[in-house]
Design a protein around this ligand. Sequence first.
Ligand code: ADP
Ligand code: ADP
Length: 227
Amino acid sequence: MIEFKNVEKYYGKFHALKNINLHFEKGEVVVVIGPSGSGKSTMLRTINGLETISSGELLIDGVNIRSKESKLSEIRKNVGMVFQHFNLYPNKTVLENITLAPMKVLKQSETEANDTAEKLLKRVGMWDKKDSYPSMLSGGQQQRIAIARGLAMKPEVLLFDEPTSALDPEMIGDVLDVMKKLANEGMSMIVVTHEMGFAREVADRVVFMADGEVLEDSRNVVEFFEN
Ligand code: ADP
Ligand code: ADP
């Protein structure tokens, strides 16, 4: 589904990703861990085109994202993203936050987009807040809405960039519960997080990065955390 082949990324002279070779499969829940500044976020952001790679190949469903036939808008339809700081549209209601992209990008009718939004908001426990604005809600509530928004495009994979790092401790559990539910339903997920409990419980695979390199890529998650 997503394949990194000898990928390098420089920010100016700074070498942020060093010879990355990774293959993410459909249905996998991959947790990416490692110290701050190790390139986790950069790696994630290259997948949906928020960062460009400097060299190597990045294939999404077999299409090289730097080739002429690849279109960023097409990639973003298939690759949803949840950010540390929610990034909801502040001047739109919760419901509008969810329906905007499906109506604009997928050309769904308002009725269709609203139906999908209702299902998703009920799933994350936020349907009763559909008419609220993001600023009226807690971080945990906003993040659950951001997850619903990510799912509204029916992506093949959902990327999470430290989804609980900006939350008050008492909010973290609700967001992790939503993520666990998605994982159990077979959603393909790549999750950058410091939540080791979540990783141990939910991950099919753990990727450990340090200093721009992948140092471990393990499917023996239990064993990984014992060592
Ligand atoms: P992580 O997610 O593991 O904390 P990042 O991918 O955010 O790591 O960052 C890796 C390194 O690249 C850090 O040293 C960071 O300062 C640097 N970096 C990230 N984004 C940029 C940027 N836009 N310009 C320059 N350096 C950047
Ligand atoms: P977040 O975790 O919410 O993404 P970050 O602080 O990691 O916030 O990064 C915010 C933005 O700043 C990103 O677009 C990232 O690429 C950029 N950035 C991070 N580190 C650097 C850096 N050393 N120099 C320039 N830009 C950076």
